[in-house]
Design a protein around this ligand. Structure first.
Ligand code: ZN
Length: 168
């Protein structure tokens, strides 16, 4: 039985039971091998993001080192951003909506990111107070982090054009 695979911008992450290792594959070729267990899986996700979207990787890594409490959500957020899940707001109807973020698990679900005095999200993680709150008062679920990472990536790209690898 093959375990569930993850896909990040064309790269595939899967656990190989026979070899007891996490694999990162591109076009059917193995590009990274990581040891079994949750730490190996996390490292595989980080490596895939590093290959697929270096700018996102740098930002997520920096923010995770600065705010360790956000670490697991940051890498999920980087996956969302790398997979193009951060979408523009709905036109016209909600002046405070800045983005819609497509759910990682159910593509029928869109979360609405709004900005009032802080960023708001209508997901359960944010609503039920599980998302970590930083000293600034801002709570961060993975959708808000995905929006923040994506916005920052666009700003950086506008200032200083970055070469990102192109995958067919
Ligand atoms: Zn959220």
């Amino acid at each position: 039985m093959q375990s569930k695979t993850l896909e990040i911008s064309g790269l595939v992450i899967r656990y190989d039971r026979a070899g007891s290792e996490w694999l990162v594959e591109q076009n059917g070729h193995i590009v990274e091998r990581l040891p079994p267990g949750p730490a190996g899986k996390e490292a595989a996700v980080e490596e895939a993001i590093k290959l697929a979207a270096p700018a996102l990787y740098q930002m997520a890594r920096y923010m995770a080192l600065k705010n360790p409490v956000l670490r697991s959500r940051l890498w999920k957020a980087a996956q969302l951003a790398a997979n193009g899940h951060v979408l523009p707001p709905r036109p016209g109807n909600l002046v405070q909506e800045v983005s819609q973020v497509l759910s990682a698990t159910d593509e029928a679900i869109l979360y609405s990111i709004q900005v009032r005095d802080c960023h708001l999200c209508n997901c359960e993680d944010y609503q039920f107070e599980k998302a970590p709150r930083l000293a600034s008062g801002q709570k961060y679920c993975k959708h808000i982090l995905a929006y923040v990472l994506d916005k920052r990536r666009r700003q950086l790209a506008a200032v200083q054009p970055m070469e990102e690898p192109v995958y067919a």
